[in-house]
Design a protein around this ligand. Structure first.
Ligand SMILES: [Mn+2]
Length: 357
């Protein structure tokens, strides 16, 4: 590629990026004072940091946070139960934060802004505003995008740490963003990483209690208050962390079963630990495709994660080969080296059969 062309592409990219933020800001500034907002967020540290920033922005600019809620355990973003919980708050508009980008509306007829950094569907995203992090390099996390979106519109300088919670949550404490470097200096890396651990534990716990972790983020003046127990939510959050750690220890002792390239760890836990267990087992089984399957997360289903370290392996291709046989067209989404899903027990048993178990 010649230099001119490279330069032009950089310019195009910058323009795309600014346009996305401008469009999203127009959506937000168009909300009148007193407008009632619903915030739908992914309950991990990134999505929760993003939601806490958005809630503070709305409150500081005279709008009302009618509801801020993540899908509960077993609830689907596009399912009836979740939609009804959002609609019960009678929102004038909806923010959808860190949920992935889907060619589907969460709420029909409610003006919506989607902020996401996962993927961009070829069909597009049906929303009045859509901000995708994939226009930026390096790709920011949702909390960082929310910070970049909102900080020019209101003074949020005292809560910039919420963006850092999201960056560390998704990408670790060395994520390559200038905002993270300054946040670590201002608020302390240890307090930030501790906050991330507590927020993520709430989501992974048997209770899947993303309300308490969001409340802690919205209550605290600084991450130090969460990390050192100065918020009322602290006791519950540390209980969640102990529960998740104990369940990880217990289930990590599961003996793997092998079939060809595949290694299966099958266990039962109310905690969302299948991802971490698959990740820790690929360290021990780097030449296998590790399938960690949890029978205890929601009744009647198997929640599973698949990981591999094999070079040139594509887990998505592997799993998609079974879509037709299993009648599950959404099987095999995520990343080539890290994927997962949820299947009814009988369908999962059929998958195991096809894999040779
Ligand atoms: Mn994220």
């Amino acid at each position: 590629m010649n230099q001119d062309k490279a330069q032009n592409e950089t310019q195009d990219r910058t323009q795309d990026r600014t346009q996305g933020y401008d469009e999203a800001r127009r959506f937000l500034t168009g909300l009148p004072p007193g407008a009632r907002l619903a915030i739908s967020y992914h309950g991990d540290a990134d999505g929760s940091g993003s939601a806490a920033l958005a809630a503070a922005f709305l409150e500081r600019t005279g709008r009302i946070v009618a509801v801020a809620t993540a899908p509960r355990k077993g609830e689907d973003l596009f399912g009836e139960a979740y939609r009804e919980r959002l609609l019960a708050a009678r929102p004038d508009a909806l923010l959808v934060l860190d949920h992935g980008s889907r060619p589907e509306r969460v709420l029909e007829g409610v003006p919506t802004l989607v902020v996401d950094h996962h993927d961009v569907p070829p069909e597009g995203v049906p929303a009045e505003g859509y901000l995708s992090g994939l226009n930026e390099s390096p790709t920011p996390t949702a909390a960082l995008m929310t910070w970049r979106l909102l900080s020019p519109l209101a003074d949020l300088s005292d809560i910039g740490w919420l963006g850092a919670v999201g960056m560390i949550g998704d990408l670790g404490s060395d994520a390559p963003f200038p905002e993270l470097v300054s946040a670590k200096k201002q608020w302390g890396q240890k307090h930030l990483t501790e906050t991330v651990a507590l927020v993520n534990a709430a989501k992974r716990s048997g209770a899947h209690d993303t309300d308490t972790s969001l409340r802690a983020l919205r209550t605290a003046v600084a991450p130090r208050e969460i990390a050192t127990g100065m918020v009322p939510e602290y006791d519950l959050l540390t209980e969640y962390r102990a529960e998740v750690q104990a369940e990880r220890m217990r289930c990590a002792k599961t003996a793997p079963r092998f079939a060809g390239d595949w290694a299966l760890l099958r266990f039962s836990s109310p905690c969302q630990i299948h991802g971490p267990l698959a990740s820790s087992w690929v360290g021990r089984l780097p030449r296998h495709l590790v399938l960690a399957a949890n029978d205890g997360y929601t009744p009647g289903n198997v929640h599973f994660s698949v990981r591999t370290r094999r070079p040139d392996e594509n887990l998505l291709t592997r799993l998609r080969a079974f879509r037709a046989d299993l009648g599950v067209p959404e099987l095999g989404q995520g990343h080539a080296e890290a994927t997962g899903g949820v299947l009814p027990v009988a369908t999962f048993e059929k998958l195991l059969g096809l894999l040779g178990f």
